[in-house]
Design a protein around this ligand. Structure first.
Ligand code: DX5
Ligand code: ZN
Length: 213
């Protein structure tokens, strides 16, 4: 599954770019929310998410790069999130946060920074729908893929199989046509791609090629 990251879209032509994704082989829209505290960058917030929701015909996969994400679960539900992902590093009572996300009727995701071992998910793997492995340090699009991610996928895949968890593995950051097939071979289920889609000559073709990798 491919989830184009709207962070790399043309914000002055957001409706056009959303419609491109609607008509593509993409499965989800990936939406990056940054607060300038958890990560050193500010992207956009609830009003923009609501505007995207008006036109999007596929689920909105919302990646919260914000401190204390538990403060805003209801707001993101109301703004249109279908999948809500919080960072393990940002939420002290992660188990409670996940339960709240699910009780709002959304799928619950947990994202891990590159330095965070996948083993830190062992106690909650059965409670989550998505594990988002960051393959760059979160905060910016267009960074280079961190190769250690390949090993992390394999370890996580084994943990998921052993625990009979239904969690999907999502890879976020520096995904492109060169690494997509290896990511899938190692066990990735969802590939997030920003620059590799929106900065390419034909975004629709790039999505299709990533999907077929
Ligand atoms: C990074 C974001 C990513 C980003 C990916 O903090 O979480 O979703 O948009 O962009 P690319 O694919 O350009 O690395
Ligand atoms: Zn993201």
């Amino acid at each position: 599954m491919i989830a184009p990251s709207v962070l790399a879209a043309d914000f002055a032509n957001l409706q056009r770019d959303i419609e491109m994704v609607n008509g593509s082989e993409a499965a989800w829209f990936h939406i990056d929310i940054m607060d300038g505290i958890f990560v050193p960058n500010i992207s956009f917030g609830l009003p923009v998410l609501k505007a995207i929701k008006k036109h999007a015909q596929k689920p909105l996969d919302v990646h919260l790069m914000i401190a204390k994400p538990e403060r805003y679960i209801k707001e993101f539900k109301n703004a249109g999130a279908d999948i809500l992902t919080v960072h393990l590093e940002a939420s002290t009572h992660l188990h409670r946060t996940i339960q709240e996300i699910r009780s709002e009727g959304m799928l619950a995701g947990v994202a891990l920074n590159p330095h965070t071992p996948v083993e830190s998910l062992s106690e909650i793997l059965n409670d989550i729908d998505v594990v988002c492995l960051m393959s760059v340090n979160p905060g910016f699009g267009g960074q280079s893929f961190i190769p250690r991610t390949f090993d992390k996928i394999q370890i996580l895949k084994e943990m998921i199989t052993n625990s009979q968890s239904k969690a999907r593995i999502e890879i976020d950051g520096g995904v492109n046509l060169e690494n997509a097939s290896e990511l899938k071979n190692k066990g990735a289920d969802v590939l997030v791609a920003g620059n590799a889609v929106f900065k390419s000559e034909s975004p629709i073709k790039s999505i299709s090629m990533l999907n077929k990798s």
